[in-house]
Write a protein that binds this ligand. Structure first.
Ligand SMILES: [Fe+2]
Ligand SMILES: [Fe+2]
Length: 220
């Protein structure tokens, strides 16, 4: 019994070190668009969704951490055109597809360097390659990736960072999210988390909460 517990703990420590290493290897790519906070917050949401919805963490966690490394292959001007509340049109879509494809290639290289099992690399790369453009989700892991990615914008850190990054009015993103969130999410947990977060963002926008820097332990 004791050796079984030790074995499980060792595996858990190895896995925790792997997740940490993934963040380190992704960071140079994520830095280009300032996406490290996005990856960290989405990863925390993914852990919450995995706990409540199930799913394979060994697929979801690397996919969430690495899903936006492909933005590093576009220029700042192209990134502005491709992403955000005001982006749209064929060119935005073309550029968005580039960040998905390039991201899948970079993720493959990073995961291969860590000796990740090839069939798992294939699954993760396939999820990254359509994380924005794919309207459907074929697996629970894909649902969780897409939901965790979108939940970022509802989080305190994500909301206010996107307001600054996209140069939006304080309530512009709120109005965008409040209309769209019902069609976005695949899991009931994500819908619930989005609704809870929207209530909080609404209070911050109306001035009920004066400091958007105030944060309690464990809050996204
Ligand atoms: Fe993306
Ligand atoms: Fe993303």
């Amino acid at each position: 019994m004791l050796s079984r517990v030790c074995f499980d703990m060792l595996k858990m420590m190895e896995y925790t070190a792997l997740v940490q290493r993934l963040f380190e290897l992704a960071e140079p790519y994520l830095r280009v668009r300032g996406d490290l906070p996005h990856a960290r917050v989405s990863h925390r949401y993914a852990l919450r969704l995995l706990a409540e919805e199930g799913g394979e963490a060994g697929i979801v966690e690397p996919a969430v951490i690495l899903h936006d490394v492909g933005w590093s292959q576009l220029t700042p001007e192209q990134i502005r055109m491709a992403f955000g509340v005001r982006a749209g049109g064929e060119e935005a879509e073309r550029l968005n597809r580039i960040h998905e494809r390039e991201g899948a290639d970079i993720a493959r290289r990073i995961l291969a360097s860590l000796n990740y099992p090839p069939p798992w690399i294939d699954r993760i790369a396939a999820l990254i390659e359509r994380h924005d453009s794919g309207k459907m989700a074929d697996s629970l892991e894909e649902k969780i990736l897409k939901d965790a990615d979108k939940l970022w914008r509802f989080s305190k850190e994500g909301y206010w960072q996107e307001i600054a990054r996209q140069r939006l009015e304080r309530d512009e993103l709120y109005r965008f999210l409040a209309v769209r969130y019902r069609q976005w999410f695949f899991t009931p947990t994500a819908v619930r988390l989005a609704e809870e977060a929207l209530k909080e963002r609404g209070k911050e926008i109306s001035g009920e909460v004066t400091s958007n820097k105030r944060k309690t332990c464990g809050e996204f």
